[in-house]
Design a protein around this ligand. Structure first.
Ligand code: 13P
Ligand code: ZN
Length: 282
């Protein structure tokens, strides 16, 4: 089927109380492994590109690969811009066929974040594409975004209410103790804060840095309105470990390395899709 918009996928997840996985794509084998997992689990899935990965893969390949994947897939696939940097980038991605956008204005002052998010939301809404906004600052590292623990800022529920009202965002990424780039599941979420944010806004919530969130906290967060989890590090680790293992066994066989990487991505993605409750929701 053609790419679907993020809106229909997350609206249903919000109504029915589960979450959808959004995986960052760096190579063809990551994309294939993620779609393999979604097919095996009969789950909807987000393929997402952050600006660094978009520069690496290149916009025309990213769009064409995701479109080709969706066309072959029997499960709904969304193509999402992760941590979008500017209004211009959002428009470029819309034109290329992205079916979901995020704008990350968390490094800018609140008023600027509101103004740019609102402008993006207006153009995107004109063509039926939803927009994810973010408030607060998530600690840790994702590509060029590198936030030291002391610079991190948890999302304020009242500011979240104002941000959602003024921007019209379709869903909101929050900082509640989630950390980008953790290689073990050691995050400690402030679930009380998440509960207060949930009381203040009526849109689905998003947690970035899902690689580091322990299973029990994932379940608790879903119960508090989280409908989308962003994952990158855990997939990348699995990919790399599989490649290194395969390279030791057959150092000159590039295809067997890439096949091992694809299988590792599939296994890691399946495990999280199941935990999020998205299996069988295609
Ligand atoms: P992790 O790499 O920590 O899983 O975070 C991914 C992410 O937040 C993508 O936006
Ligand atoms: Zn992120």
């Amino acid at each position: 089927m053609p790419l679907v918009t993020g809106r229909e996928i997350l609206e249903r997840a919000y109504r029915e109380g589960y979450a959808v996985a959004a995986f960052n794509v760096i190579t063809l084998e990551v994309l294939q492994g993620v779609v393999d997992a979604a097919e095996a689990e009969r789950a909807p899935v987000f393929l997402q590109f952050n600006p660094g990965n978009l520069r690496h893969v290149e916009l025309h390949y990213a769009a064409a690969l995701a479109q080709a994947a969706a066309a072959q897939a029997s499960v709904p696939v969304v193509l999402h811009l992760d941590h979008g940097e500017s209004f211009a980038q959002a428009v470029v991605c819309l034109r290329a066929g992205f079916t979901s956008l995020m704008y990350d204005g968390t490094a800018a002052p609140f008023e600027e974040n509101v103004a740019v998010t609102r402008a993006i939301r207006e153009v995107a809404a004109a063509v039926g594409v939803p927009v994810e906004g973010e408030l607060g600052r998530i600690a840790g590292r994702e590509e060029e975004i590198d936030v030291a623990p002391e610079a991190a800022e948890l999302t304020d529920p009242e500011a979240a209410r104002e941000y959602v009202e003024r921007t019209g965002v379709d869903w909101l990424a929050v900082a509640v103790g989630n950390v980008h780039g953790q290689t073990a599941r050691v995050a400690r979420l402030d679930l009380e804060r998440l509960r207060r944010i949930r009381g203040a806004v009526s849109v689905p919530l998003v947690l970035h840095g899902a690689s580091g969130i322990p299973d029990d906290q994932v379940r608790a967060a879903i119960g508090l309105g989280v409908c989308k989890f962003n994952m990158a590090t855990q997939l990348n680790q699995g990919y790399l470990r599989a490649m290194v293992g395969a390279a030791e066994a057959a150092p000159q066989d590039l295809r067997s390395l890439l096949m091992a990487a694809r299988r590792a991505v599939k296994a890691a993605a399946q495990e999280r899709i199941r935990l999020f409750g998205a299996s069988g929701r295609a």
